[in-house]
Design a protein around this ligand. Structure first.
Ligand code: WT7
Length: 658
């Protein structure tokens, strides 16, 4: 597409109506909105029929003690049975559950539902032999390999809540999560492939477990065959996956658990230092993922679905594992990065596997735009029907590029707004029913009550902005923060009486459609990953050279936001008032070590002072102005109004920026 056409498209107020063929055969029809509006509980009862229940619920929703919801009260079911066994029993055992594609070319594996059932049963038996029982927590720290899904399902089958820790997180982050949920077993691998080379995982586990004496066993998948090195194996504690699982029995009877039995804990960054363990329970979560996956992607029997995300994030949990499997879908799962071994890898995968539904994040779309349209244009992408976006607001330019260049101008784009906490899609067009507009997530799905409110909690009128809240409970909602009910109440339900506060700003356009505007709290969104400013500040301050630190998320053309840090060094780290050589690099690496490479600040500026109000609160807004290279805003509330000038002089001197 020429630059001219692109800007024409952008300048018109674009609106894409659902294509006629999609509209005619849509899974969900327009009347679903009205139906759900009349009685959202009845709507979710109907959606729950997608699952196979051991015992049917006797009360769909218990909201007697808000904000603590119970869905499908009295019902019992097994999540793994719903994801795997029942498809085999229904005669679909030969259907491929995953086309798994390793990063090294040619390294691939197809796994049918029947095979998946066998391995999940074997893993469940192996975990039972290691003493895992209902209610025990299991940490999973893995690359993107089939065993990761198997491990999750084996835990679900046993009623042992899993906590998957993203393989890109550091040993410190792993340690904190293992400790917080008191996991007794860790499942990991020797390593995985990343950017053309094996990347080790096991050493980080060993390091983390030095401070986790209660972990009994580490189950290790051999993926890369790397040498574990001296001290890299702890006899008795460490067990090879192939020794424990491969020989185990393929028979395992799933036990039905209560609807509200904990399914998993997923840690996510909040506004305070310590990550929050978001608790999801069995039935409501599974209903929410299964229904939204079916509705938002207008799922058909012969679809091949690809969520290009890591299983270590909620997107992977809901739309690589639980939603697609509950629906008996064929998915693609890819281990590596988009540019290995070449920049057309994704498009080659779509062409080879005839993918029909693609789901990814705006940040990667912007990267592809930068690499150029000629790369995807070399491949046949005509099988794509619907393409989705998740993780951050998608800018109209990226939306249109995605729709035109990847979707050939045919495919609706579903911009899906949701969170780790919501468990499932909340705001998104339905591709056969709702129009799409570049940059807007459009409207709440049927059964979801999303409202934009002002400071007082009153709904705003079309054409105005405010805060996004959810006013009614939904099945996949988080139930609490692991071990901290008070923090749950405080974080999500105290800002506006009786409403779930998402932490996002939003506006309604004149048609009443919703546009997400990003976080209104101290949470950053870098490449669709959520990071807390406070958490990174704590990491910086934990370095012996740092006296004080302030972190802001500044707009960034590639990653949406980028981490920008301002630090005051301790006297001991200064020579004649100047920072020691290499300190900025050292601090960036320190953050990477403490949290993970994704948290590494893009820029660190050493400053003598930070802008603070008279009550001592750092005015991050002003630092954001600096980081985004703007005129600095109103400084009248600063305790010392000259601070910003000093910071600017420091930058002009030019020596401090990384
Ligand atoms: C935050 C949640 C949802 C899975 C991945 C991120 C932002 C997410 C969108 C979207 C605008 C979005 C919000 C939200 N976000 N999707 N389609 N449009 N913003 O999950 O780490 O829990 O982050 O991501 O700010 O609050 P998460």
């Amino acid at each position: 597409m020429s630059q001219e056409t692109l800007s024409n498209l952008l300048h018109e107020n674009r609106r894409f109506e659902p294509p006629a063929d999609l509209a005619a055969n849509a899974n969900v029809k327009a009347d679903a909105y009205d139906e759900a509006e009349r009685d959202y509980v009845a709507f979710w009862e109907k959606a729950a029929e997608r699952l196979t229940w051991e015992t049917k619920w006797d009360r769909a929703l218990d909201w007697d003690d808000p904000p603590f919801a119970k869905w499908y009260v009295g019902g019992t079911l097994n999540a793994a049975y719903n994801c795997v066994d029942r498809h085999v029993e229904n005669g679909n055992g030969d259907r491929v559950a995953y086309h798994w594609i390793g990063e090294p070319e040619g390294d691939s594996r197809d796994i049918t539902y029947a095979e998946l059932k066998d391995i999940v049963c074997q893993a469940a038996n192996a975990l039972t032999d290691l003493g895992v029982k209902k209610g025990d927590r299991v940490a999973i720290y893995m690359p993107m390999i089939p065993e990761t899904v198997v491990a999750m399902l084996a835990c679900a089958r046993l009623g042992a809540p899993h906590t998957v820790v993203f393989g890109g997180f550091s040993s410190t982050a792993l340690r904190d999560r293992v400790q917080d949920c008191d996991a007794r077993i860790v499942i990991t691998a020797d390593g995985g492939y990343r950017r053309g080379a094996p990347a080790a995982l096991k050493p980080a586990v060993d390091e983390a477990l030095e401070s986790c004496p209660d972990v009994r066993n580490v189950l290790v998948v051999r993926r890369t065959g790397q040498d574990l090195g001296e001290g890299g194996w702890t006899d008795v504690r460490d067990v090879w996956w192939h020794d424990a699982v491969d020989g185990a029995s393929k028979d395992h009877t799933p036990e039905a658990f209560d609807s509200e039995h904990p399914l998993y804990v997923m840690y996510t960054s909040g506004t305070t230092g310590k990550p929050k363990g978001i608790l999801h329970t069995t039935a409501g979560y599974l209903v929410g993922c299964a229904w939204t996956h079916w509705a938002v992607f207008d799922l058909k029997d012969d679809d091949v679905f690809w969520t290009a995300a890591d299983i270590g994030w909620v997107t992977g949990h809901s739309y690589i594992v639980y939603g697609p499997l509950a629906n008996g879908t064929t998915s693609v799962m890819y281990e590596g990065t988009p540019d290995t071994p070449h920049k057309g890898r994704w498009w080659e995968i779509i062409q080879d596997y005839k993918i029909t539904l693609l789901y990814c994040a705006p940040t990667v779309i912007r990267t592809f735009m930068k690499w150029g349209a000629d790369i995807p244009q070399k491949f046949d992408l005509s099988t794509l029907r619907i393409i989705g976006s998740v993780g951050e607001p998608i800018n109209p330019e990226a939306y249109i590029w995605y729709r035109e260049t990847i979707g050939g101008g045919r495919t609706p784009v579903v911009d899906t707004w949701w969170q780790t906490e919501t468990g499932m899609h909340m705001i998104s067009p339905l591709p056969g029913v709702t129009a799409g507009k570049p940059g807007s997530a459009m409207k709440a799905l049927p059964g979801v009550s999303a409202v934009v409110v002002d400071d007082e909690g009153n709904a705003v009128k079309p054409g105005s902005g405010g805060y996004l809240v959810i006013t009614e409970p939904w099945p996949a909602m988080l139930r609490t923060i692991w071990g901290d009910d008070e923090r749950y109440r405080e974080t999500y339900w105290s800002r506006f009486e009786g409403m779930y506060f998402a932490g996002d700003g939003a506006k309604l356009d004149e048609d009443g459609d919703i546009w997400l505007l990003g976080r209104v709290d101290d949470v950053m969104n870098v490449s669709g990953h959520r990071l807390s400013t406070t958490e990174i500040e704590s990491a910086l301050v934990s370095h012996p050279s740092v006296a004080e630190a302030a972190v802001v998320g500044a707009n960034d053309a590639d990653t949406g936001q980028a981490v920008n840090a301002f630090v005051i060094l301790r006297e001991s780290a200064l020579t004649d008032g100047e920072p020691e050589e290499g300190i900025v690099d050292e601090l960036r690496n320190h953050v990477s070590k403490e949290i993970g490479p994704i948290a590494k600040p893009k820029a660190i500026l050493v400053v003598a002072e930070l802008p603070k109000t008279r009550s001592g609160k750092i005015m991050r807004r002003l630092l954001r102005d600096i980081a985004e290279k703007r005129e600095v805003g109103d400084v009248t509330t600063l305790a010392d109004s000259t601070v910003m000038d000093k910071i600017k002089e420091g930058i002009a001197a030019g020596s401090d920026e990384d």
